[in-house]
Every structure is written in C-alpha cells, then in structure tokens.
Design a protein around this ligand. Structure first.
Ligand code: PMP
Length: 284
C-alpha cells in the first residue's frame, strides 16, 4: 500500500507523521472519508467542498489547490489499484511545538490513504441494525461546529464505545436540547406517514454527502421531505428508519433502545432509496 503524504508516496511502514504534528497532539486537523466505485470517487467535489469549508472554519490553509487535491486523490487510488474502496483524506495543522499556538505550525500536512472497504456485514443490510441512544451528547455547535469534520472525534468515539458495550454497531446521539442529532458516524432518516424526515443541519450534525444525495433522490421520486427537529418519539413511532454514510451507503435500522421500529424489517422506502442510491454510484 502506498500512502500520499504532502506530495510523496510512502510504503505503509514508512508512512509517518511527526509526534509534534498538532493533528497528533491536539486533534488539530480535518478529514474526509470517501468511497470509490469502479475506480471513480463518488461525489469527490462535494467532499472537497466540505473539506475546504472545514479548513476555513478552523483557519487552516490547505497547501494545495482543489484541482491538485482532486488529482492526488485519483492518483492515490490508481497507484494502489483500488477500484471499489475507501479513501481517507486528512489535512493536519502540521508540525509545531508542544504549545497550542497554531501559528507555529508552518506546514500543514496532506495525507491520502486508499484502502479496501470494511462495510457493515451484508446481514446487517438484510436484517437491519439495532441501535441504542448514547448518553454522550453530540458536541454543542456553540462549542465546536459538528459540521466541521475535524480530527477531534472523541465525542463520537465515546458514544460508539457505549454502543459497543450495548452490543450495537452504531449508536444514536442527541443534541444538548435532547433532540435527535445523528449517529456516531452516520446521519439518520425516518419514514413516517408518507414523509421522509431527517434532522436539519441546525440540530448540530455533520451534513453528510450521502444525506444530500438521498435528499436529492427522494425529491426526484416526488417524496414528501421534512428537514426539521426530531425526537426519539418520532423514531420509536416511525414506519421505517435508516442511516446514511459514505461507507455504509444506506443501512436500515429496525430497533432503537430495544424498541421495534415499524414491523421490525427493513422498509420498502429504505430499499427503494438504497437501490436508487446504488444506481447513482454507477453513473459516470
Ligand atoms: N455524521 C458523522 C458524525 C460522520 O462522521 C459521517 C461520516 N462518517 C456522517 C455523518 C456521514 O457523512 P457522509 O455521508 O459524508 O459520509
């Protein structure tokens, strides 16, 4: 495996960053997780737009142009001969001192890793996931905007540990108002009374690229869509529930907190949207 670090390729064993990199010391950096299908990165521009937005928000200057980044991502995929894979793109603040001062980090690092994919097992798509609500609250946007895809994922990791302890592969996170925000690494949707409902960005979520595609597909299908605050009541009483993410695509959820959602099986709307989504990934 060859890993891109700031313009050069390194074998996996030699792909190293400094222990003085503020990405390592403080989680000071940003990232993207993307999928490739048949050698093409799905919605690459959407991911790069979000990366540049995250950078702007944390006052980090990405040292290369969008075009050069696009080229580097595609090249990394090609060099590693990955056709259907997962690409992790990271920009760290770079090497500094032990102090917090970001201005002493002169050279932000760009890292691109292309790997094979670890999806949820096929069985999860057939039977649906069971998830629980974490007691860990999603970061309050007044503290650190969840729309920044930062290297500071401790909030989500603590929630995911809770999920693991409950025997669940994903976990629901509420915001500080007690409303549904998202899962530790996926956005959430429900289908209820003929309407597709997902929390709006002001619930304090990462605005997923997959979430956006699903909203576009649902609009094309003429579905009634609601982006508005949601509580767990809405999920408990929904007909269907599913999660979206670049790695997961769309995955059905059949239980929350031990309560069965709808008839306890992946729903027909979820299946239809997944089918449309997969067709979308094949478009050139
Ligand atoms: N929410 C969080 C917290 C995430 O980390 C992710 C990505 N893993 C998502 C939602 C889904 O985003 P995307 O569809 O862009 O992968």
């Amino acid at each position: 495996m060859k890993i891109y670090i700031s313009g050069e390729y390194f074998e996996k064993e030699n792909a190293k960053v400094s222990v003085f990199d503020h990405g390592f010391l403080y989680g000071d950096g940003i990232f993207e997780g993307m999928r490739s299908y048949d050698g093409n990165v799905f919605r690459l521009r959407d991911h790069l737009d979000r990366l540049w937005e995250s950078a702007r928000s944390i006052q980090l200057t990405i040292p290369i142009t969008v075009e050069a980044m696009e080229k580097a991502v595609n090249e990394t995929l090609k060099i590693n001969e990955i056709s259907d894979g997962y690409i992790r793109l990271i920009v760290t603040r770079g090497r500094g001192t032990l102090g917090l001062d970001a201005h002493l980090c002169q050279h932000p690092q760009v890292i691109i890793i292309a790997d094979h994919l670890a999806l949820y097992p096929k069985e999860c798509y057939e039977k649906g996931l069971e998830i629980v609500t974490a007691s860990t609250i999603r970061t309050n946007p007044a503290m650190l905007g969840p729309q920044i895809k930062s290297m500071n994922y401790l909030n989500n990791i603590l929630a995911k540990i809770e999920g693991h302890q409950a025997g669940c592969a994903e976990v629901l996170m509420l915001n500080s108002k007690g409303e549904v925000a998202e899962c530790s690494g996926d956005n959430i949707f429900i289908f209820k009374r003929n309407r597709l409902h997902t929390p709006s960005p002001d619930a304090g979520i990462l605005e997923g690229t997959t979430r956006r595609v699903v909203l576009e597909l649902a609009a094309e299908l003429g579905m009634n869509i609601k982006e508005a605050p949601m509580t767990r009541h809405d999920i408990y009483t929904a007909d269907e529930c599913f999660l979206t993410g670049s790695a997961a695509e769309l995955i059905p959820v059949v239980k929350l907190d031990g309560r069965t959602i709808g008839n306890g099986l992946p729903g027909t709307v979820t299946k239809k949207l997944l089918e449309r989504f997969r067709a979308e990934t094949k478009k050139r």
